[in-house]
Design a protein around this ligand. Structure first.
Ligand SMILES: [Zn+2]
Length: 390
């Protein structure tokens, strides 16, 4: 048996298996999202991060995360909500996956945990003709927008007291990019079990360790991700709380979407091959440093991928832009560079004073961004955040 208390071998938060050092990333940015230009955020702004991985269920987790810091981030320094129609690729992939699981066919009572500004839930409510749609969302700015969409919003974290708000039994519960942030799985599943109708479906979306491990991608490894799930560890976690795997798939963007039902199968999936990920991440950072060395940089994407690349190469871009107009004029914590509109970014980058430029899309929404850059008249080279020329 594994000894959860063995020093230096922290126990897996999913299965209590033993953990070994997996990924280590020094001096990572704490704040992943831009803040108003006049915001003052106390130091530190960077933190050394490490993940362990489980020799049994292949789960990856941060053994030393700082819960109070993360709670503060979620409350005060989180996403800048985007207007409708921006960054919709993940949403569309999720809705298409629900359809492929045949979970979009009946009018139902819906619940989204961590609903952000409610765009997905409002869309699903409309498409499924649902009778009621609950949203749990702790961020004030997002909750306000979700309410305006006609959703029943509970402005708090979802947990063991979820049923306290006297909800009707919920038939479809889903959480997109939430489970990897959860501190307390017991509380999360207690809340889930308390609000779920007897025949409920639960759908979880989270970055796929299988996918990102195979691609040597750093994307899921940032401060807010206490966990990075493989299909093997996600299904193990759900099974331990009474939810059997029904269906799952990985989107082209590398997100695992899995559906569960009470009881049901508890089949075991193979562990992904994760050897060499640390070496791949180091290699990729060196490749990016070489590619971008001495060039004037334009980044499109002022979110976690952008700040991660700036950290990896040791400098900020000369111009930083984003398709979300609500981010224009904001800046990253510790930076003096304001985010500018795509129009002014491309005008400045195209001027003759701006020598030897290179354009990098630092966002997962590449398919939306690339045509906009071309449409705005940029004819130069464009790369993605891993150094592939687009
Ligand atoms: Zn485990």
């Amino acid at each position: 048996m594994n000894d959860p208390a063995a020093p230096g071998r922290p126990a897996c938060p999913v299965c209590k298996g033993s953990g070994t050092a997996f990924v280590r990333l020094p001096k990572q940015p704490i704040y992943q999202h831009p803040v108003p230009a006049d915001a003052v955020v106390a130091k530190p702004h960077a933190i050394d991060l490490e993940w362990s991985s489980c020799s049994d269920c292949a789960h990856a987790w941060q053994p030393n995360f700082d819960e109070s810091l993360l709670r503060e981030i979620y409350k005060s320094h989180y996403y800048t909500p985007a207007p409708d129609g921006i960054g919709v690729q993940f949403r569309d992939e999720f809705i298409a996956t629900l359809a492929s699981f045949r979970l979009n066919e009946m009018p139902r009572v819906l619940l989204e945990i961590g609903a952000s500004d409610g765009d997905v839930l409002a869309e699903l409510k409309n498409r499924t003709n649902a009778s009621h749609a609950y949203a749990f969302e702790p961020n004030e700015e997002n909750a306000r927008i979700a309410r305006r969409r006609g959703l029943d919003v509970r402005e708090r974290f979802f947990g063991r007291d979820a049923a306290a708000g006297s909800l009707e039994p919920v038939e479809l519960i889903y959480a997109r990019h939430v489970i990897e942030h959860v501190f307390d799985f017991e509380g999360f599943f207690m809340g889930l079990n308390a609000v779920a109708a007897p025949d409920a479906d639960v759908v979880l979306e989270t970055p796929s360790l299988d996918f990102h491990g195979a691609h040597g991608s750093i994307a899921p490894f940032h401060v807010e991700h206490v966990h990075v799930f493989a299909l093997r560890s996600l299904t193990r976690l759900a099974a331990l709380h009474g939810w059997g795997h029904r269906d799952s798939g990985v989107t082209p963007s590398g997100n695992l979407i899995a559906s569960f039902k009470k009881g049901g199968s508890s089949e075991r999936f193979p562990a992904p091959c994760l050897g060499g990920l640390q070496a791949k991440l180091t290699q990729r950072r060196e490749d990016m440093r070489r590619l971008l060395a001495g060039r004037r940089l334009i980044f499109w994407g002022a979110g976690s991928a952008g700040i991660a690349l700036a950290t990896a190469i040791g400098r900020e871009p000369d111009i930083w832009t984003d398709g979300n107009p609500n981010k224009i004029g904001k800046k990253f914590v510790g930076s003096t560079r304001q985010i500018v509109s795509p129009e002014s970014a491309i005008a400045e980058a195209s001027s003759s004073q701006f020598g030897d430029p290179i354009f990098v899309i630092t966002s997962s929404f590449q398919d939306e961004i690339l045509p906009r850059i071309r449409q705005l008249g940029w004819n130069g080279a464009i790369f993605d955040g891993t150094g592939h020329r687009l």
